[in-house]
Write a protein that binds this ligand. Structure first.
Ligand code: URA
Length: 189
């Protein structure tokens, strides 16, 4: 279980975190947003420039697509919880480094423990590899369900940025993955 009493305590620690080098270049920590008791949680990679500026996850172009995909299964951003593998922007949008992911991992794990979602959609390779402890790539794993240690089910899907690059096929696959997640949210425990 987590070292923090509640999600606000996790947030308070994260906002002052200097555990990795990203602390030196961030504008602000992007902790997470949405319903702290959501049944459906999304985990992305890390903040980009827009998120770093506004302090909210997925508010740039990828975020607009994520919002549309959430709308497409009859939910809203307020009804789900959205977080990232790393809470601070990697400079120039580079991939997060192994030590940065490791330093931030306790925050994500505590978010999962406190939100206690039924279903976690991992968006792209970084979130999928971290939560499923796998080296298998997202294209092989997407759209399937995997157990997570919290009791939640993980459904990997493409990162919205990859969907924006990938065009119609990627968008259709991702929409189908969201339908899988929606069905699992509704499934009796
Ligand atoms: N990409 C991510 O992985 N997370 C964000 O918050 C924004 C873009």
């Amino acid at each position: 279980m987590t070292a923090w009493a509640d999600l606000d305590a996790v947030r308070a620690t994260a906002l002052g975190c200097t555990a990795c080098g990203l602390a030196a270049t961030r504008t602000q920590v992007v902790f997470g947003s949405g319903d702290p008791a959501a049944d459906l949680m999304f985990v992305g990679e890390g903040p980009g420039a827009d998120e770093d500026r506004l302090g909210q996850p997925f508010v740039g172009r990828s975020g607009q697509l994520l919002t549309r995909l959430i709308d497409g299964i009859g939910l809203t951003r307020d009804a789900v919880y959205i977080a990232n593998v790393v809470k601070c922007r990697p400079p120039d949008n580079r991939d997060p480094l192994t030590d940065e992911i490791a330093a931030c991992r306790p925050f994500l794990e505590a978010q999962v423990d406190h939100v206690a979602p039924r279903v976690i959609m991992t968006l792209g390779n970084f979130a999928t590899k971290l939560l499923l402890d796998t080296r298998t790539g997202i294209t092989k794993l997407r759209g399937q369900e995997f157990p997570y240690r919290s009791g939640a089910v993980v459904v990997p899907t493409l990162h919205p940025a990859a969907v924006l690059r990938g065009g119609g096929v990627a968008l259709a696959q991702t929409r189908a993955d969201f339908v899988v997640a929606k069905r699992l949210v509704g499934r009796a425990r």
